[in-house]
Design a protein. Structure first.
Length: 388
């Protein structure tokens, strides 16, 4: 207990020497961010070279080769990261901490594969039937995702529950439902494999994976533009901004805060529903939980980009480059796990956090100097008293 109190006091004392900066020019802020990212990249390359026992130049070659050997995959990974980030931007702007993007995608995917599996034979009978199945899967995906997103929103609006814990628990429930659906549809196996592999019923772009990548990238870019316009140019976006600054202020100006919360979570569900539809029908043709890590990375990307979709696009490209490039580094070094990739991700995120701290806050060294001067004088007085 005493140790805890001392730690709390030390943290509080540190806060006395930190204050917000008044202004930092955009140019200076960009330069600080770029410098910190470059520094962390250099450190990552040097550490990777030591671990795989190769030269830093070779590590750089592996990085670029892994990232750009498959440009469509590189852009697709960035688009998925951006899509997850776009889904939670409205909620985070409102200070509703939605951690449930992954669960929303998972539950929507579960309903899609149920339709794909059970209506596949009917859809394969004609092109019209296949089109109707794809349309039905699209609508059901959006509806399921919106419902899954709105449930925590309703509890937050009416009962002021903790949305972070609620949405995280909803993620686990969604994964459990998907696992059960996979077992039922595959007669006891953990995965269905690619559904309707022969007929390709319910497949959005057939077996052309690169075309699936490009369709996904294009739709995510369109959604990003629409969400950015919604947030900046509409009344709803303004209400989200006001509610994020202060719910009391929003209530004071006669805004229906409950309605705003529910509507905003529904928007998140809409975006993740489209993401689930693309991932199942255009890319995987099955459903699993492989994008759980990506969904949480999307949260970090949106936060680090200060909820700006344009900046998010740049950060998503950076992390797609690192993910694909470091995978090549680990395989070239004969490493059996992705721990090195996660280490580099963590280092980059940490460097960006340091950059954001430097941009937004400053340390008052004068206060620190005065504090130490006071302590030295106090110690000296004690020594003089003992000597006397």
């Amino acid at each position: 207990m005493e140790t805890g109190n001392k730690f709390k006091q030390s943290i509080l004392s540190i806060k006395n020497y930190i204050s917000k900066r008044n202004t930092v020019s955009k140019r200076a802020a960009i330069q600080i961010r770029i410098l910190m990212v470059l520094l962390s990249l250099v450190i990552s390359i040097l550490i990777s070279a030591v671990i795989i026992k190769d030269s830093p130049i070779k590590v750089i070659v592996y990085l670029f080769d892994g990232a750009f050997s498959r440009p469509n995959k590189f852009l697709f990974d960035a688009a998925i990261l951006l899509g997850f980030g776009i889904a939670i931007i409205p909620c985070f702007k409102m200070k509703y901490w939605n951690m449930g993007a992954n669960g929303q995608v998972v539950i929507a995917s579960a309903f899609i594969i149920i339709l794909m599996k059970n209506l596949g034979t009917w859809a394969s009978q004609s092109g019209l039937n296949n089109f109707l199945l794809i349309l039905l899967m699209f609508l059901v995906s959006i509806i399921a995702s919106i419902i899954w997103a709105v449930i925590p929103g309703i509890f937050k609006a009416y009962f002021n529950t903790n949305e972070t814990l609620f949405t995280l628990m909803m993620n686990y429930v969604a994964v459990g439902i998907l696992n059960y659906v996979n077992i039922v549809l595959s007669n006891g196996n953990s995965s269905t494999g690619q559904i309707n592999f022969i007929t390709q019923a319910g497949w959005l772009v057939g077996s052309n994976t690169n075309l699936g990548y490009m369709v996904t990238i294009l739709i995510v870019i369109i959604m990003s533009v629409l969400v950015m316009g919604y947030m900046q140019l509409t009344k709803h976006g303004y209400e989200i901004s006001v509610g994020g600054d202060s719910l009391k202020t929003a209530k004071y100006v006669a805004m229906d805060t409950k309605r705003i919360i529910i509507r905003t979570t529904a928007l998140s569900g809409l975006v993740t529903g489209v993401m689930a539809f693309l991932l199942v029908t255009a890319i995987n043709h099955s459903a699993n939980n492989v994008y759980a890590q990506t969904s949480f990375n999307g949260i970090l990307v949106s936060w680090l980009a200060n909820f700006n979709p344009v900046y998010m696009g740049g950060i998503s490209l950076l992390f797609s480059f690192l993910n694909n490039g470091m995978s090549k580094v680990t395989s070239a070094g004969g490493l059996g796990s992705s721990d090195l990739v996660y280490f580099v991700f963590g280092l980059i995120f940490f460097s960006i956090l340091i950059a954001e701290f430097v941009i937004r806050y400053k340390i008052d060294y004068r206060k620190i100097e005065m504090k130490w001067k006071y302590r030295r004088e106090k110690v000296n007085k004690k020594k003089e008293g003992v000597a006397k």
